[in-house]
Design a protein around this ligand. Structure first.
Ligand code: AP5
Length: 222
C-alpha cells in the first residue's frame, strides 16, 4: 500500500522546497501539479497552453483537467510506494478525486502537513525566488542562494524568475488560496491527518519538523 503525503500551504510557503527534501529522505516520488503544468507549457502541449492562461493570472486551472493530469501521474510505477503531493489537491473536488484514485490504487493519505507562513513573508519569498529551467529546483536570492548566481547547483541549468511571481499575480494567488484551498484545512483536520508546521523557520528546521511529523503519522498508522 502506498503512503501519500499532501503538503498544504499558501504560495511561497515552501511546499516545493520541502517536498523535494522529504522525497529524498523518504525515498518517495515528488509530484508537483505546478511543475507538471510547467512541463506541459515547455512542451507546448494543448494542456500547457490552456494552463498558461490560468497560471499567468494566478487563477486555478479547472478541476477536470487538473484531476486527469494527476490521476495519470499517480498511476505510474514510481508511485507504488507512495508520493509527496505538492500543490494538489487544491479544491474540495480535487480532494474527493484524490480519495477515489487512491482507493483504486490501494493507497492512502497518511499525513497532511500545513506549512504556515504570514502573507508579508510570502511576498518577499516569491519576489526573490529563482527556479531552474531543467527540473524546477528552487533557490532564493537571500535565503537559499545558488553557489553561482543564475546557475542551478544540482543540474547546471539556467535559473529564471517565474512570470506568476510578479507582485500583482502573487496577491491574486494568495487570495485564491484563501478562497479555494483553505477549506481543505478543515477537511483534513476532521480526518485527523492535519499537522501544523511553522514555515517561518530556516529551511533545515522546517525539514526536520516535517520529517518528524510524517514519521510519527506513518508509525501510528502501520
Ligand atoms: P504552484 O507551482 O503549485 O505554485 P504555488 O502553490 O503557488 O506554490 P509555489 O511554487 O509558488 O510556492 P511553494 O510553496 O512551493 O514555495 P517554494 O518552495 O518555491 O502552482 C502555480 C500555478 O499552477 C497555480 O497558480 C495554478 O494556476 C496552477 N496549479 C497548480 N496546481 C494546481 C491545482 N492543483 N489545481 C489548479 N491549478 C493548479 O519557496 C518559495 C521561495 O521561498 C523560494 O525562493 C525558496 O527558496 C524560499 N524558501 C522556502 N522555504 C524557506 C524558508 N524556510 N526560509 C526562507 N526562504 C524559504
Amino acid at each position: 500500500m502506498g503512503d501519500f503525503i499532501v503538503l498544504l500551504g499558501p504560495p511561497g510557503a515552501g511546499k516545493g522546497t520541502q517536498a523535494q527534501r522529504l522525497a529524498q529522505s523518504l525515498g518517495m516520488a515528488h509530484i508537483s501539479s505546478g511543475d507538471l503544468f510547467r512541463e506541459h507549457l515547455k512542451a507546448q502541449t494543448e494542456l500547457g497552453k490552456l494552463a498558461q492562461s490560468y497560471m499567468n493570472r494566478g487563477e486555478l486551472v479547472p478541476d477536470d483537467v487538473t484531476i486527469a493530469m494527476v490521476r495519470e501521474r499517480v498511476g505510474r510505477p514510481d508511485c507504488a510506494r507512495g508520493a509527496i503531493l505538492d500543490g494538489f489537491p487544491r479544491t474540495p473536488a480535487q480532494a474527493a478525486a484524490l480519495d477515489e484514485m487512491l482507493a483504486e490504487l490501494s493507497g492512502r493519505v497518511v499525513s497532511v502537513p500545513l506549512i504556515q507562513v504570514p502573507a508579508e513573508v510570502l511576498i518577499e519569498r516569491l519576489g526573490g525566488r529563482w527556479t531552474c529551467r531543467a527540473q524546477g529546483h528552487v533557490y532564493h536570492a537571500k535565503y537559499n542562494p545558488p553557489r553561482v548566481p543564475g546557475v542551478c547547483d544540482i543540474d547546471g541549468s539556467e535559473l529564471y524568475q517565474r512570470e506568476d511571481d510578479l507582485p500583482a499575480t502573487v496577491a491574486r494567488r494568495i487570495q485564491v488560496y484563501l478562497e479555494q484551498t483553505a477549506p481543505l484545512v478543515d477537511y483534513y483536520r476532521q480526518k485527523g491527518l492535519l499537522v501544523e508546521i511553522d514555515g517561518t523557520q530556516p529551511i533545515e528546521e522546517v525539514s526536520a519538523r516535517l520529517l518528524e511529523a510524517v514519521e510519527k503519522a506513518r508509525k501510528a498508522q502501520s
